[in-house]
Design a protein around this ligand. Structure first.
Ligand code: NAD
Length: 519
């Protein structure tokens, strides 16, 4: 067997080493899937009520360990403790709560309504039911930016739906994932049901994508998603793709500009801008630009950047790596080359770790900084003259994950929302609905496809098997052998009657059909 690679994990804000973690080997991944499959065989047969009860224990244990997890997430990612609490632990618990509270409802058997064929089917003694069943084993390939919230919520939804899971956390944040798996173990979930495969994307991620799991939930960059889809296509493995974003925030002139400015600041710089649904493009009604921009810059100037778990006023943390900071420098240089203006920020601050200042740019729609994903603390400001123009500019993007409209007229906001191309539109709020477990999460275009969370999320983790019952009232069917003239006529009568409302000679037609079926 080959030697195991070791990941050296350190705090990106302080560069202090945290731990070394041994990786799995790619050749071990099929065995892990097999182990999860074995455990799933009995887990999937448990009633949803029992699964829910057992998973509630996981929730309770995680809730008891809130502070411990928040601290670990902060150390592993360099984000402020408040963000670990609010956007990792709380979101994890919130989606977990939805999963355990909702699964019994979603897993109800239902009877199919045959519509216009209903009375005919009843007469013939036939009925159809949809029987919910788990898929089997779900492969989850997770990113580093929310190292608890994302894998935990996807694991809870998958397990609640009766599946087993093999999770590949980001190789940048395996410590949180491994600690999370302990919670499932402590809650005494069946051994082997949740497996964590630590390692690089190229090796372990690839091995999982090719392993023949029953669905892959991938959260990450679009280009990596494309590669994984090619691997998954070999075994026709279905996928849910949660990819990047370039969220637009549209500020109309009747908006509460102070609240909008505070939201723009938080939405742009939460998690140091390393959030798929961070605000990246702010479209401002030109008539209020002079009021909104100073309000926003004032908010930004008050942000305290750094890393200190004992100082709750630190509001902006680190980026994940030196490469991520360098990428911000490159994107900014290109934006300046294309004519963008820095209103604030634009540099590395004088801090030890991987930091980049919160940066606000005045930009134009044609610039790369407005079209490409910027996974860091840079936000672009643009203006519009009419609402139609605002919608056009916001929709002019390869991404379509989240967006927001700011207005004091709720009806106008809702109307505008329906003309925006985006998985979610919030009116007068930003980037927080991940934590509303009952609402669907996902996008379209280069933001991916499929949904996690909500009932739509459950539907991707299960199948509704169709069971059709014929009570055998008749020995034959009109369309069974042997074929003949009488059968052809009866078939015409049947289609005319069922789909064309041809009711002339109804009784004779029915008697003929019955005779044929009693052959
Ligand atoms: P990434 O694509 O680099 O990595 C995501 C995961 O894929 C990691 O576990 C990584 O190890 C693995 N991976 C990398 N290469 C692989 C390969 N060839 N085969 C299989 N697996 C591979 O993304 P990241 O840097 O961890 O996360 C940031 C990205 O994720 C951003 O684009 C962000 O917008 C997106 N994101 C999206 C959502 C969402 O819900 N839509 C949420 C969070 C992050």
């Amino acid at each position: 067997m080959s030697r195991r690679p070791v990941l050296r994990i350190s705090n990106p804000a302080t560069l202090e080493p945290l731990d070394d973690v041994e990786c799995a080997l790619p050749e071990e991944v099929p065995g892990m899937v097999g182990t999860a499959r074995k455990a799933q065989a009995s887990w999937g047969r448990e009633s949803p009520a029992k699964r829910s009860r057992l998973l509630r224990r996981v929730q309770d244990l995680l809730a008891e360990r809130t502070d411990e997890f928040a601290e670990l997430v902060s150390r592993e990612t360099g984000k402020p403790l408040m963000e670990s609490l609010a956007t990792d632990v709380m979101n994890a618990l919130s989606v977990g709560d939805f999963a355990v509270s909702r699964v019994e409802h979603v897993f109800r058997e239902s009877k199919v309504d045959f519509g216009p064929l209903s009375s005919m089917m009843r007469y013939m003694g036939r009925s159809s039911h949809l029987v919910p069943r788990p898929l089997g084993v779900i492969g989850i390939i997770a990113p580093w930016n929310y190292p608890l919230a994302i894998p935990y919520s996807q694991v809870m939804m998958s397990l609640a739906a009766g599946n087993g899971v093999v999770l590949k956390p980001s190789s940048r944040t395996p410590l949180t994932a491994l600690r999370m798996a302990e919670v499932f173990k402590d809650a005494r979930l069946p051994e082997g049901l949740l497996q964590v495969a630590v390692g690089s994307g190229a090796k372990i991620g690839n091995a999982l994508a090719a392993s023949g799991v029953d669905r892959i939930i991938f959260t990450g960059q679009a280009d990596v998603g494309r590669r994984i889809m090619v691997m998954a296509s070999q075994r026709l493995t279905p996928m849910t793709m949660e990819l990047g974003g370039k969220d637009a925030m549209i500020v109309l002139k009747d908006a509460d500009l102070k609240r909008a400015a505070r939201a723009a600041c938080w939405g742009s710089f939460v998690n140091s801008g390393q959030t798929c649904v961070a605000v990246k493009r702010i479209y401002i009604d030109q008539s209020v630009e002079d009021i909104f921009v100073p309000l926003l810059l004032k908010e930004v100037s008050a942000l305290k950047q750094g890393f200190d778990l004992d100082d709750p006023s630190v509001s902006l943390g680190a980026m994940i790596s030196e490469g991520a900071v360098a990428e911000m420098e490159n994107q900014l240089a290109r934006a300046l080359e294309q004519g963008a203006k820095v209103l604030t920020g634009g540099k590395r601050p004088d801090l030890k770790g991987h930091f980049f200042q919160p940066t606000v740019l005045r930009a134009e729609q044609h610039m790369d900084i407005v079209s490409n994903e910027t996974f860091g603390p840079i936000v672009a400001l643009l203006t519009f003259n009419s609402e139609e123009e605002a919608v056009k500019l916001a929709n002019d993007s390869r991404f379509a994950l989240n967006g927001s409209v700011w207005t004091s007229n709720a009806e106008r906001g809702r109307e505008m929302a329906t003309s925006l191309r985006s998985g979610t539109i919030t009116i007068n709020n930003v980037a927080y609905t991940y934590g509303l477990g009952a609402t669907p999460w996902g996008g379209r275009g280069e933001s991916g496809f499929g949904r996690t969370h909500g009932d739509a999320g459950f539907e991707e983790l299960m199948e509704r098997q169709h069971v059709h019952l014929d009570r055998g009232k008749f020995p034959s069917e009109i369309w069974w052998h042997p074929y003949g003239q009488e059968g052809m006529e009866a078939m015409h009568d049947f289609t005319g009657l069922a789909f064309n409302g041809e009711r002339d000679g109804l009784l004779q037609k029915l008697l003929k059909a019955r005779r044929l079926m009693r052959r």
